[in-house]
Design a protein. Structure first.
Length: 455
């Protein structure tokens, strides 16, 4: 997940990683065997998450060998299942010699592209990173619906060893494993591919694993601009980004106002072992579904909410709630089947204006507050609700608490995460600012001494 807070941050992959060689070949066989031997959905999902977030893949940074290994793992699973390759109408970007193939006009599971990062260029780092999306199709059973598609997707890239994009720059070049962000979503897409392969729907379903998301939704943007099918033939796109931390049965579902029928579909699917669904209308969010919604495709984004390990080296597979993730997948599968089997197409609705373009002026100034926004409430009420604060942070020391709604920061009104990001960015480390929060219905002024990220 690309957060509003880190959207500005530069991508600072270690240059050396770009030219490293694959060393995961033996690890690869072990992990493919582990997955093949897994007999339950729970075991398969665990095997996928453990491998994708393992040290061998070094955090799957876009343009690194670990990211390429992850893509190869996904393509091998689609091949094992016998999913269809898609004829990708793409031109070949410049390849690293011997790393991957690109044959124009031939069906392939991979869609190569060059991830271009303005922030990296600004920071004097390599700004052109060769990478790939992974794409596969399960054909539908109803010939009359063969040209209407459901897209199920998730990004598989993460931060790699980049400290500048991380919330824990003090951990330097430690591997950011990205088990929740987004090995969890990647595993959800693989599992749904297995289920739809076993029991196809009336409409064809396209499974896409995006790269370059952490650099600004680059893989999904490339996909919608160079789609192997007309974008207006996509009925809906379901996005999984951070679905591995189900707590108190609470699942956030964004995008319920992006199609007339969507809220009823989301409600009726919550039938077996119901989850506590926090439904949010907005179709523009900090992840890949925004690229599709920008093309007027109805979307949903499934999200088990923010946590303290977000974009840190501590986002590891042992902290994933696998049974919880299975419940999210079961629920999402009912939604996916409803959309892919219905007789008529969904009716697109404009739920909100696109978010303001974030400045590409490079890395933030390192000002640190230490709040953990509750993403579920974003967009529906003015202000930014906190899911919590980081222990020992300036926010913590000033007395901010989970449940507080920030409505003003340093004299600036805060209506949403964008205002909030801008308000924090307008200050320097060491500044003393007044933060107004709503707590239990009353306004409360907190005095905060802002810190510096990583210190
Ligand atoms: Zn992320």
């Amino acid at each position: 997940m690309l957060s509003a807070i880190t959207r500005r941050a530069a991508y600072a992959s270690a240059v050396a990683l770009l030219f490293g060689c694959h060393h995961a070949t033996t690890v690869r066989d072990i992990h493919d065997d582990a997955r093949a031997a897994a007999t339950s959905d729970t075991a398969r999902i665990r095997a996928d998450i453990v491998y994708l977030s393992s040290n061998a893949l070094e955090g799957r940074g876009t343009g690194t060998p670990g990211n390429d290994s992850a893509a190869a793992y996904l393509a091998r699973e689609y091949a094992r299942l016998g999913l269809r390759k898609i004829e990708l109408a793409t031109t070949c970007p410049a390849m690293r010699p011997g790393v991957r193939e690109c044959v124009v006009g031939r069906a392939s599971y991979t869609q190569p592209f060059i991830a271009r990062s303005a922030a990296a260029a600004h920071a004097g780092l390599p700004s052109e990173l060769p990478t790939q999306n992974v794409v596969a199709k399960v054909p539908g059973t109803d010939a009359s619906l063969a040209t209407q598609y459901l897209v199920i997707g998730a990004h598989y890239d993460h931060l790699g060893r980049s400290p500048s994009d991380a919330m824990d720059p003090e951990a330097k070049n430690a591997i950011r494993h990205g088990a929740d962000d987004n090995a969890s979503g990647t595993a959800a897409v693989l599992e749904l591919a297995r289920r739809f392969h076993a029991h196809p729907a009336r409409r064809p379903v396209i499974f896409v694993n995006f790269s370059g998301e952490e650099l600004g939704d680059l893989g999904s943007e490339w996909f919608v601009e160079h789609a192997p099918i007309p974008v207006d033939s996509i009925d809906a796109m379901l996005n999984f980004d951070m679905v591995g931390r189900l707590r108190d049965d609470k699942l956030i579902v964004y995008g319920v106002a992006t199609a007339t029928e969507m809220r009823a579909i989301v409600d009726s699917a919550n039938s077996v072992q119901p989850l506590k669904i926090d439904a949010v209308g907005d179709g523009f969010g900090p992840s890949d579904h925004a690229s599709f919604y920008g093309k007027k495709v109805p979307v949903l984004h499934f999200f088990t909410d923010m946590h303290e390990d977000y974009h840190r080296a501590t986002d590891v597979s042992s902290k994933i709630n696998i049974p919880g993730e299975v419940r999210v997948i079961d629920y999402a599968e009912r939604i996916a089947r409803n959309i892919a089997n219905r007789s008529s197409r969904l009716t697109y609705e404009r739920s909100s204006a696109p978010p303001p373009k974030m400045s590409a002026s490079g890395p933030g100034n390192g000002t640190y507050f230490g709040s953990i926004p509750d993403m579920g409430s974003a967009g529906d009420t003015p202000g930014v609700k906190l899911a919590g604060v980081t222990a020992g942070s300036p926010a913590d020391k000033a007395g901010a608490q989970a449940g507080d709604i920030i409505v003003e920061f340093g004299g600036k009104t805060v209506k949403d995460l964008y205002d909030y990001t801008d308000a924090i960015g307008a200050h320097k480390p060491g500044d003393v600012v007044q933060v107004i929060v709503m707590r239990a219905g009353s306004r409360l002024a907190l005095t905060v001494t802002l810190g510096k990220r990583g210190s």
